[in-house]
Structures are given as C-alpha cells and as structure tokens.
Design a protein around this ligand. Sequence first.
Ligand code: SF4
Length: 442
Amino acid sequence: MGVAKIKELEHRLFRDDEFWKKIPGWAAVDRETFREHTWQLRNSIRKFDQVKSVLGKLATPELMSDIEAGLKRTPMNIRITPYIFSLINWEDPWNDPLRKQFLPMGSQFLDDHPMHQADSLSEDEDSPVKLLTHRYPDKVLFLPTTICPVYCSYCTRSRIIGGSTESVAKDSYGANKKYWDDVFDYLRTQPKVEDVVISGGDSYMLTPDQLEYIGMELLKIPHIRRIRYATKGIAIFPQKIITDGEWMMALSKVHQFGKSYGKQVVIHTHFSSPLEITKWSQRAMERLFHEGITVRNQAVLQVGVNDSVEVMIQLTRQLSFLNIQPYYVYMHDMVPGCEHFRTTLREAIELEKAVRGTTAGFNTPTFVCDLPGGGGKRHVASYEYYHEEYGISVWKAPYVKPDQTFLYFDPIHKLAPEIQKRWHDESERNKMIEEAKSFVKS
Ligand code: SF4
C-alpha cells in the first residue's frame, strides 16, 4: 500500500461548480433548482430508461448493455439522486467509485462466496418483535422502513431493502405505525435497553411526523438514554438538510426534547468516498452543527471505492473538517452480489495501521468486522486465529454469545489457485474450516 502522499490542506477544498450541467439531461438546470430537495427526489434515477435519457450522448451502447446486465443480476434496485448521479465520472464509469456503489454493471460481478448469507448478521434470528433486533443487552436496532433515498449496491439488508428485483423477491415494507407501536411496547418492558438505532431503510425517508413520532415515543421511555437516526442522506442528498424545513424542524424538535431530558439524539451517516463530499455537504453540516446535532460516520470498506491509504486518509480528514466523527469502517458483510467489493481481513488491518496516527485519535475510525452469525462488531485485529492461506478468520464474542465461535472468510479470488480449487470442493472446504477452527479453544 505504501506511505500516503497527501497534500496536507487539500481536504479543506470542496467543489462548488455546477457539475450536474455535464449531464445532458440536466444541462439547463440552474443552481436554485438543483438546491431543492423536492427536485432531487422527483428527478432521482430509478429505471434503466431514465439512465439512458438523462445521459443522452454519454449513454454508449457498451455502457448501457453492461448496466442492463447488472440490473438483471443485482439484488438491489436502483435509486440515485441527481446529486450523486452527476458526481459520477461518465468519461470512465467503469472505474468510478460512486458508480460502483450505486449502479451495478454486469461486468463487475463475481460468484458469491459459498458461505455468504442473505441475512449475514443474523438480524432476523435475534428479533423478538417485528422490525427490531435485540442482541446486545443495552442496545437495539429498529428498522421502521425499508426505503432509502438511494439504494446501495452493497446493502447489507438487500434481503428486504428497496423492493424485489429480477433476481430476488423481497418482503419489503413501508412505514407502518402499528408495528412501531409493538416495538415501543416491547421496549417499555426492557429496562436494560438504553440505546436505540433507528435505521432501515433510511430515516431520511420518514416524513416529519413519522420522524417526530418515533423520536418522541422512544425518548418518553424512561430507561432509553440515547437514540441515533441512521441515514445515508447527508452523503448522497445534502439538499434535504438545506431546504426541507419541515423535516429539519422535526429533527430539531426531537433533539431539543431529548436535551431537555438529558438524553442524546444524534445522526449516524454513511460517507464511503471523498467524492461524495462537496460544498453542498459542508452547507448541510453547517446547519446540523448549528442545531447542535452530533453526526458520526460509518463507512464500508470497498474495493475500488476506498481501499487505499490515500483515499481513506482523505475521507477521514474531510469528515473531521466537516465536524463529522469518522466512527467506524466496516469490513464488507458476506451478503449476495458483493464479492467484488470485499477485501481480505489482512487488507483491512494494514489499512487501519496506515490510517492510525494521521489525525487525532477521536477522529480515527475503528475498523471492525461485523461477525457473520450475529457476534456483533469486533476490531479487525481481535480475531482468535487467522489462517491467511485459507482466508478464514475465527472469532469470539465473549459477552454477546459466549458459547459460539464465528467465522469470516476472505474473498476466494484473492487466495492462491490451489486453495481456490479446494474452496470449490465441499469436502475440502469443510476440512479447511475445521482445521482453522481447531486452533481456537472452544
Ligand atoms: S442507505 Fe443503508 S439501508 Fe439503504 S440501501 Fe444504502 S446501505 Fe442499504
């Protein structure tokens, strides 16, 4: 990976040009229109034909046939805001980190790892009531909706998010108050729970009333001390923070209510590439900072998006400059349709080593592996045993599930050819797994 060569102050420069005008379909859109959250939503790209029509002459037959093949194979539908769509480098979309994240192409896919799972983190298994995962004693994950302002090709909840695709039938759901009330009833009976993550789906897609209702109901439960709205919105649709006054007012109201009771109301967002950051992001963050709302970031480590030291340091510095705490970088989950995005555990460890020390500790992200099977997030270097040759790491989660051992697998295509061959033979595969596990005491 080498030592990062970063221009020290480059992270303070945010583009503010009219980049959307390079897209033929939006060449006549003025800044005021582009600024409007309603325009961004109305003009989001959701269909193959829309890609073609806004790209105009940029939509070459080669590009369009690769996108068409991608849409046949991906577990995620597409939904891309004009903001993100026009930040893509359409001169070379194949190598563009934003295109990779949001617009799948047939040429990118690799076969899924044999140990992949649709619900890799076993969220459904640890669900005592619909829409809720309760794994840790003091923390729960609440999924009030399955819609998002963009659909990420690498979504860990591709089994439910964003509606069925040609390759996957999904049990998606919209905002439904009846199920939410069941969640609140359950939480009232759980005095150990102090922390609620409101995710999905994306909190950006809750109406102001829904956002306020959920926030207030949770904060009224005496033992709940912290709520976090999870949204990728700031990264892919900052115009909403800037121009959706009602939504911001609802957020601010919940935040103030929490504050008056000594409780935290924060946002967890999801920037993965410095290319997502522009002057629009800075304007949105100035507004949130002015409201006194803490924002933390959770990035996902992805090949060709942010798996280099230079990019990760740039992302960390830019987020810090915007007053967003770079909290976590996740190893990619072992979900379908994502093998091309995944790194080895070794690559993640080396990346963390290189990033650590480049800025203040509290602004240095912790690199974690969210253990398949529901062991929770563990620091990348905290495995019990790592058989690098086989690409198998063995983990424990003593507090969460003391009797269980968890396994994470490196992508097969990054292993030596003779080991790849063994992975394709079921009995050889099982022998390798048993051998790796045998190094760890049960
Ligand atoms: S915003 Fe989050 S929940 Fe929605 S598609 Fe992206 S990763 Fe999945």
